[in-house]
Design a protein around this ligand. Structure first.
Ligand SMILES: Cc1cc2nc3c(=O)[nH]c(=O)nc-3n(C[C@H](O)[C@H](O)[C@H](O)COP(=O)(O)OP(=O)(O)OC[C@H]3O[C@@H](n4cnc5c(N)ncnc54)[C@H](O)[C@@H]3O)c2cc1C
Length: 452
């Protein structure tokens, strides 16, 4: 008899677990209360990147004169809205098609655990009970909203209200300068809004390499973004068409809109975790082991709910590994998700991407490293494309040459980091990159230069 798998949540983590488990022969039921594709497709990765891409093209058009072109651009908000909606619709259709072609049974409803081997889905028309040998919880997360602010979806926004908002902000105040905050700053400043970024520390992207953060701050300042450093927002008030943001150091900023980008909280309430004896930590995440198993071994958690790296790519990889594990493939050579080797990107202009060990981390560990850095200003392709901002930095082991990590700042950094991600995941050496015959002229040549 086929192994029965029940999954709650159809974001990247749940989808991938469903598709892979089904491909491997399981009988899979997937319960989703909203849209298959998850927050990733609906509110997070996809719409934000679509608007960022439009903003980048708009800025590119305005700089076209430097490439010998006579072009100007202007924003059509309605067309942008349709563009974002059409990408979401196409991705949703593609995901549904994939799941259905694999024979995954999809239930539209809100799921919760009823017991250790049973979930129940409230479909609106009634309750449906599903027995399972294995259960995967992949319910994701939602924006964190402190109790001193009440988003209204019009001018006091969470990231989910902004694709694009009903009215384009003339002056947007972004609260929070982590990855989401800087992406929103980049997005709206590219699309023509004046932006003030409230930065609680002295550096945007506080956990990133200071050199990388400095390159981004420089670009923001060049564009006229105001960085309010060392300020923590403590009050947000709307008066008519104006929003007021007060900070703990007494400073105060006014804008037409404000967006909160101060992290997320897991969707772990009302999931019946206690009914099945699944442990939750103080922040509401479901702790997992290296196989993504909760304290109840046949109940797995994946994606943002697991409290590991909150990235779609990581959630999807966890989903894949869970499917392989519950289908018994862990008896074969198997690699666990290695969160320290996950590549990640920040979709700003310049784009930022990194993987593996960071310089500050190596320093804190007292680990000897070799650091090599090459600017794109010497790269032919970058000059041809009219954008030679940024650099490639590679960290390697001085004794063995094994690539330990790297950062890329510049155009297409999110694509280029793949080379370093493969190197880091497979313990390749800098010479493996140097000895690869790359295309010329290409941005990737700077990787080989930095590896030399
Ligand atoms: C603004 C923003 C931009 C981002 N950009 C990127 C990016 O570019 N790249 C990247 O890798 N990551 C990005 N992320 C992070 C990424 O979106 C998340 O890590 C990813 O969505 C997590 O996937 P998931 O499957 O855990 O959850 P989700 O995508 O949140 O999906 C969970 C699903 O579970 C459903 N659900 C919840 N509870 C129930 C229930 N009880 N019953 C039934 N269904 C339920 C929800 O409706 C949802 O569809 C971004 C995040 C934000 C906030």
């Amino acid at each position: 008899m086929a192994v029965k798998v029940a999954i709650i949540g159809a974001g990247p983590a749940g989808n991938t677990a469903a598709t892979v488990a089904s491909t491997l022969g399981a009988e899979v039921t997937l319960v989703e209360r909203d849209l298959v594709g998850g927050a990733a497709h609906l509110w997070d990765c996809i719409p934000s990147k679509a608007m960022i891409a439009t903003g980048a093209k708009l800025r590119g058009l305005r700089r076209a004169r430097t490439l010998g072109l006579d072009a100007e651009g202007s924003l059509d908000v309605e067309a942008l809205r349709e563009h974002v909606a059409s990408i979401e619709a196409r991705l949703h259709a593609a995901t549904m098609q994939l799941l259905e072609s694999q024979g995954v049974r999809i239930i539209s409803g809100t799921g919760r655990l009823k017991g250790p081997h049973e979930i129940v889905a409230d479909t609106g028309a009634g309750l449906e009970e599903i027995d399972a040998d294995f259960i995967v919880l992949a319910t994701g997360s939602r924006p964190r909203i402190p109790d001193w602010v009440e988003p209204d979806g019009e001018r006091v926004l969470t990231t989910r209200d902004a694709y694009p908002p009903k009215e384009m902000p003339s002056h947007l105040v972004v609260v929070g300068s982590g990855v989401t905050g800087v992406e929103f700053t980049n997005m709206f400043s590219s699309l023509g809004s004046e932006v003030t970024l409230v930065v609680s520390r002295q550096q945007v992207l506080p956990i990133k390499d200071p050199e990388v953060a400095a390159a981004l701050e420089e670009e923001f300042i060049r564009r006229g973004v105001v960085l309010l450093k060392g300020a923590r927002a403590t009050e947000i008030r709307r008066e008519g068409d104006t929003v007021h943001v007060a900070c703990d150091d007494g400073r105060h900023v006014e804008g037409s809109h404000v967006v909160l980008a101060i992290g997320s909280v897991p969707n772990s309430e009302h999931l019946g975790l206690e009914d099945a004896g699944v442990e939750v930590d103080a922040a509401g995440y479901v702790p997992i082991d290296r196989h993504c198993q909760s304290n109840i071994s046949h109940i797995y958690a994946a994606g943002d709910l697991s409290g590991k790296l909150p990235l779609s790519s990581v959630g999807a990889m966890q989903g894949r590994k869970i499917a392989e594990h519950l289908m018994g493939l862990h008896n074969r050579p198997h690699r666990h998700v290695d969160y320290d080797k996950a590549a990640s990107a920040i979709f700003t202009v310049p784009e930022i991407a990194d993987v593996g060990l960071a310089e500050a981390e190596a320093f804190a560990l007292g680990r000897k490293i070799r650091v090599t850095k090459v600017p794109f200003s010497a790269n032919a392709r970058a000059l041809i494309d009219g954008d030679s901002r940024g650099f490639v930095k590679i960290l390697s082991d001085p004794a063995t040459g094994v690539v330990l990590g790297g950062s890329i700042v510049g155009r297409n950094a999110a694509e280029l980091i793949s080379v370093l991600a493969v190197a880091v995941a497979n313990d390749l050496k800098v010479d493996d990159i140097v000895d690869s015959l790359l295309v010329h002229p290409a941005l990737a040549e700077s990787l080989a230069d930095a590896a030399s």
